[in-house]
Design a protein around this ligand. Structure first.
Ligand code: UN1
Length: 517
């Protein structure tokens, strides 16, 4: 595909979604006019050209968005949860109708391949339908009271207007993991997208707000596109927002956490990952190769769940590495719209620099670069941010291997015993996703036992990346706190109330305490 085709694709996509040259990035029951001086220009990582601009919120507009969210909360929480679920189901339906166009917008702004861009929207649809089903299952337990004629149970109540601060790499789906579930719980949501993905957020919000309007439902979602540090500060210090769900770097997450903790708010934090796959000599090698390649290369290594380290058993190490190198040399890098391309661009120039710097640093720390690691120019897309994915033979004690580099950089280690493999696996400060490739039951069970993977997500014979929405998503250690999306993650978005009802004529006290007046 030529650049001209990409220009044409850009024009068509933006037009279909009603995106103009400059757009409001603030929705507070309605799209707010420009007032602050801040404007963000969305540059496509695919070709380095301008997609469109988004004007950003100033403090006053932030206030408007939060106030609107509080007002909408008062109405929304009084609607029965199953009815809220029907509305969320309709949002899933409208996302399904717009899947191609929204996926294309993700390609434009984040550089994802067509399949991954549409996959991201599918993730939103999945979680909307999941949340809709959940709306009839917000169960509380009933406990046996120790006192006669007493009933003891717990109920779950809406929490309030919550905030979601999302990252550029999943510009819309991570918002939906939080927003759809929070909405059936009766909450409203203030969304601060990554500045780098403000346009995708505008595209999604246009569709969401139009559908809510059509349904006559309250505008439960607000948008406050803003400069990262500014918006993050406003939200994390705002006592009116009981829960802040943040996805991004560990460094920023720490600041958000501190601010939220100072006011005893609730955090959900999805921070850095440094995910590892163990490949045993008893693995199905073809499957392991595919799993590791997908984990390391998909989204150009820009997922929290990307595979960044692989530990291979000694006796198959050479064969595995040589075959992986072969896959790397054949993988197509370039225009993410083009059929057969699996690796698109990095998000911006800074990401390219971080990647090439990390490769250099790894080598200076004793790593052996055996493939890639350099910036490349894709013909016709010279303004894009492309790199050749790197394979680096490393030692687990190299400091750089303990850090997350957000790009396609894979460290290779050797191991002899499963104990040694797990030790290397767990030797980093992060704890999001993990994988083992083996057909040996004992190794697999070791990996899944308390002695095994220390991560929030553990995979057997599949990649560290590509989690389904039905499971609870989140990590341990520096990766963060809490879970979102599936399973019982909904509980984080509600407040639990333990209820004791005395329906007798006496006042028996718990623990047998006597207090006769
Ligand atoms: C992220 O990178 O922030 O598991 C989320 C995955 C995707 C989500 C990643 N479903 O790779």
């Amino acid at each position: 595909m030529q650049t001209n085709d990409f220009d044409e694709f850009r024009e068509r996509t933006l037009k279909k979604l009603g995106i103009e040259e400059t757009n409001s990035g603030i929705f507070a029951g309605k799209w707010l006019p420009r007032s602050g001086k801040n404007i963000y220009t969305s540059i496509s990582p695919v070709d380095g050209k301008v997609n469109a601009s988004v004007w950003l919120a100033d403090r006053g507009q932030y206030e408007e968005a939060v106030n609107q969210s509080i007002k909408a909360f008062e109405e929304w929480r009084s609607i029965p949860a199953p009815r809220r679920g029907e509305i969320i189901k309709a949002l899933g339906d409208v996302l399904a109708k717009n899947k191609k166009d929204l996926g294309a917008l993700v390609t434009l702004e984040a550089g994802k391949t067509t399949s991954e861009g549409e996959g991201e929207i599918q993730e939103m649809i999945d979680v909307a339908y999941f949340a809709s089903g959940l709306s009839r299952q917000l169960y509380g337990f009933t406990m046996a009271s120790e006192r006669p004629d007493h009933r003891l149970y717990e109920q779950w109540l809406p929490l309030g207007p919550i905030a979601v601060i999302s990252a550029f790499n999943f510009p819309s789906s991570v918002w939906s993991w939080n927003a759809m579930v929070a909405a059936v719980c009766g909450d409203t949501v203030v969304w601060k997208p990554s500045t780098k993905a403000s346009l995708a957020a505008v595209g999604v919000m246009k569709i969401m707000t139009e559908e809510l309007e059509r349904l006559g439902a309250p505008q439960i979602f607000s948008l406050v596109a803003s400069r990262g540090s500014e918006g993050g500060e406003w939200i994390s210090n705002d006592r009116r927002i009981p829960l802040v769900s943040f996805t991004g770097s560990t460094a920023t997450g720490q600041k958000i956490y501190e601010n939220v903790a100072r006011r005893i708010g609730r955090p959900i934090l999805e921070l850095g990952g440094n995910n590892c796959s163990i490949v045993s000599s008893r693995a199905d090698m073809n499957l392991a190769l595919k799993g590791v390649a997908f984990g390391a290369l998909a989204t150009a290594g820009q997922r929290c769940t990307s595979t960044r380290r692989v530990v291979v058993q000694d006796d198959i190490y050479d064969e595995f590495v040589s075959r992986l190198k072969d896959i790397y040399s054949k993988v197509k890098i370039g225009n993410p719209r083009q059929e057969g391309v699996l690796v698109g661009p990095l998000i911006d120039r800074e990401a390219v620099r971080t990647f090439t710097d990390a490769v250099r640093e790894a080598v200076s720390q004793g790593g052996k670069l055996i493939f890639g690691g350099e910036e490349i120019k894709v013909p016709g897309l010279e303004g894009g941010n492309y790199v050749r994915p790197a394979l680096i033979e490393a030692k687990p004690d190299m400091e750089i291997t303990k850090r997350e580099t957000f790009g396609p950089l894979l460290y290779l280690f050797r191991y002899r015993t499963i104990e040694e493999a797990v030790k290397i696996h767990n030797s980093v400060p992060q704890g999001l996703s993990s994988a083992i490739f083996t057909t040996d039951l004992r190794e697999e069970e070791y990996f899944l036992s308390y002695r095994g993977s220390d991560c929030g997500l553990a995979n057997v014979n599949t990649s560290t990346a590509g989690a389904e929405i039905g499971g609870a998503f989140g990590g341990e250690k520096e990766t963060g706190y809490g879970r979102e999306s599936g399973s019982d993650s909904w509980k984080a978005y509600m407040r639990r109330q333990t209820v004791t009802i005395n329906h007798g004529r006496d006042l028996p006290l718990s623990q047998g305490v006597r207090f006769d007046v």
